[in-house]
Design a binder for this molecule. Structure first.
Ligand code: ADP
Ligand code: MG
Length: 315
């Protein structure tokens, strides 16, 4: 049997930076990504797929606020669930159509990811979400809905935004369901957008909380809980680089756990971009994963065959 691979798709698999995000644009990107994923299926890998949702959830929150006088806005945690369904639909259909005749089932699982209410990020939320507001509107929304709002850009009329915590993912509520489906030969799409953040309340019941979990960190947790051999992080660059953006920039082909820790602490990787990927890769390997790879979508197969990409390994 082929190796089990958790594929974490970056934002570019759904929306390119210069696009508006029309349905047609997103479907075209998802088709390109699906063609690569089907290559992995044809090479015999068992797949669980996760993906980002930044632009989609951002647009959905703008819609909530723009129509707030007609329809009650839904909480951020629900928007997370909505975008899992939205993106899951696009992927399920394109994969189904490309795989036509293989008899392989593709299914999306609405996934809840456990976080701790004691996570330090709840005390000082930093992740901006949704529309920009004037100070007056931001403070009104904060009072009405208990949002934390911050001034996030110095000039222009609307400079305020809601900020939410980005807590550490501790567990995947639906891990067993996902694992059972992969073991039955299905392709599963799960933990989209980093998953729906939930915590255990005082009665021990799950309850949603407005936060955003980094999709690569949640992907690493999911990879661990579904018994993946490999965590494959597909983004828009073929390698994590040393001295990124400097004349001395150079691709990193192999990083041991010890080297990854050292380079992370020295700040070699962009915060909020390559940093969380290297951190997620390191965490997966440290907790017993065989290998984590960071590469571009187009190089997925080559990277799994060891021909390219940044490979994070024990030693
Ligand atoms: P994704 O949507 O796939 O999560 P991100 O934009 O979050 O993509 O992260 C990928 C980006 O990280 C690259 O396009 C690059 O601009 C940036 N980056 C920051 N530091 C590095 C580095 N050391 N090596 C390579 N890319 C880096
Ligand atoms: Mg990212």
């Amino acid at each position: 049997m082929g190796k089990r691979v958790l594929v974490a798709l970056g934002g570019n698999a759904i929306k390119q930076p210069d696009e508006k995000g029309t349905f047609e644009e997103q479907m075209k990107n998802v088709e390109t990504a699906s063609k690569q994923i089907v290559q992995l299926v044809r090479h015999g890998y068992e797949l669980v797929i996760t993906h980002g949702n930044g632009p989609q959830v951002g647009n959905l929150s703008i819609q909530q606020e723009a129509a707030a006088d007609q329809v009650p806005p839904q909480p951020l945690v629900v928007l997370g669930a909505m975008t899992q369904g939205q993106i899951g639909y696009m992927m399920q259909q394109t994969l189904h159509n490309i795989l036509d005749g293989d008899g392989k089932q593709v299914a999306t699982i609405v996934t809840q990811v456990l976080v701790s209410p004691e996570d330090p990020d709840f005390k000082d939320p930093t992740k901006p979400v949704g529309p920009f507001y004037t100070e007056e509107v931001a403070k009104k929304l904060s009072a009405e809905r208990g949002w934390v709002v911050k001034k996030v850009r110095p000039t222009s009329e609307k400079t305020w935004r809601r900020v939410v915590p980005s807590p550490t993912p501790l567990g995947i509520a639906e891990a067993k369901a996902i694992r059972t489906m992969v073991e039955a030969g299905m392709i599963v799409i799960a933990s989209g957008g980093g998953g729906i953040p939930v915590y255990r309340n005082k009665s021990g019941k799950l309850e949603g909380v407005d936060a955003v979990i980094d999709k690569d960190r949640a992907g690493a947790k999911l990879a661990e809980e579904v018994g993946s051999d490999v965590l494959l992080i597909l983004t828009d660059v073929e390698y994590a680089m040393m001295d990124y953006g400097k004349p001395t920039q150079a691709p990193i082909r192999k990083l041991t756990v010890a080297e990854a820790k050292k380079r992370l602490s020295e700040g070699h990787f962009g915060a909020g971009s390559m940093g969380p990927k290297v951190e997620a890769a390191l965490g997966f390997v440290e907790r017993g994963g065989e290998r984590a790879i960071i590469t571009s979508l187009a190089k997925a197969v080559d990277a799994l065959e060891g021909k390219t990409g940044t490979h994070i390994v024990h030693a």
